[in-house]
Write a protein that binds this ligand. Sequence first.
Ligand SMILES: [Zn+2]
Ligand SMILES: [Zn+2]
Length: 337
Amino acid sequence: MAKVCPGCECNYFEFIQKFYRDNEASIAYLRDHGVLPLEVICPRCKTPCHYRAERHTWYCGKYKKIAKTKRRKQCPYSASDFNGSFLSGARIEPYKVMCFANHWLSKQWDYQTVSQCLGISLATGAAWQKYCSEVTEHWLDNQEPIGGPGIVVDIDETLFGKMKYEKGKSLSQIWVFGGVERDSKNYFIVPLEEPVSQNLMSLIQKYILPGTVIVSNRWNAYNSIKDYDYVHQVINHSGDSIDEENAEAHTKNVELLWRDIKEWTPGPGNRLQFYKQYLARLLFVQQHTFSTVNHYFFREVARMYPPDFENEETPSNSCNDVQKEHDHENKESEVSD
Ligand SMILES: [Zn+2]
Ligand SMILES: [Zn+2]
């Protein structure tokens, strides 16, 4: 994992102290983390635009001679700083986005508290919860594959939640699947959607590199691993010392894998569609220290929404209402926990 930028590490309160009610500092931070552009090139003139901070807008304004006259014409190209970014269409000030995420990334976040403290409506709070969730889900879906030729990866599956049937449907259970490299301890964890046996192989192929030695338990769903470009070992408590060693190492490794989410018991009120959302936030928060979680979150934001100015031709005025707080269009967003 790459190091955080110098001076970037800060805890929950230091973050608030740095950015609360400070849009300028917030925008600088967002620029440093690739969420907002450092430079915008005019698509017509191919030259760098000027930035007007008070309007959050990039302007070209380059002069061109009008042919056969002595007059000059100024290029009218302009674009909102927030174009295509995480803040695109945001109706709340940049510092509020920053402080919302900071609170959302704390272990015990509370959506009513953060909405009230930032002076945003509950509907806006719910919308920003959804946007933040999409970022950690994107992170969960794009974990680096592990393994490689000759590298041992222990895999395991586990069922979270309690059996609770309502109208014949299990409401609070989810399969989670993961793998961990025996030496480096690099790992991935992903929700495993039904039908389990069908989805399992596609997850293995996505997250485990060809040539890997995959060690698993005797679950039937793992039987087809051998049909792919892997070496498959099934743990075997035979009493043979080599087998026992392998089985012991496997058990230790998968315990490590579930350590961070072992305590997780989805409440009966949580519906299945929210589990991935919930799991993604939980894992993201667990995997980063409290002083670097914001850095990694906003780097992920930049990965998910790279600022894009290539096709922008029409000036946007969304920056003008950034000071005003409106109900977000996403009123129907629901809250998972
Ligand atoms: Zn231009
Ligand atoms: Zn940073």
